[in-house]
Design a protein. Sequence first.
Length: 195
Amino acid sequence: MPALAPSLSVAQAMSREPLLDAFAGAEYAYLRLCPPYLPDVPHLNTMPGGVDVCIEVFCVHDKRVLLRKHDKYDIWLGVGGHVEPTEDPAEAAIREVREEVGLELELPAPPDVPGSDRHRQISPPRYLDRHPINDEHEHVALVYFGYVSSDAILPGPGEADVEHRWLTVDQVLDPALEVMPSIRFYALKALAELA
């Protein structure tokens, strides 16, 4: 097992240093650095120094990947949100996609691991990252790639109707698309694996 890379403080991460490998020797696990001006948003874990577990999903349909302009951060992201206390991350991914964009998500099958009647395998995330939200709070994001059978966006009740884009590989690579390097990376990997 590779040794963990030294962790960054929130202040170091907020300084917008270049992307760093989240784990020593990990080829594609990146720490996503969010801009330091993000507004405070409600969180499940409100303790000082708290960390919430979230999911981010890169939905693929017809050789295109969906990016969504976040209603509070005004940045391009996948679809996502917090993992609720009563659900596992795969359930959260399916729920968030249904709520935010009205699509039914199909995740890759979970690994075939012998279990028992007390264990069931769930679809694992493709990547993990940890990023600061503000000086007091961080998120651990479980990044999923999944299929959807339609590109008709219909946000659920109470969801913000924000800008969405279905993008091809060439559109994701276009330098005019203002997107964080990690989001571009995840979008391209989702297309490479699922398109």
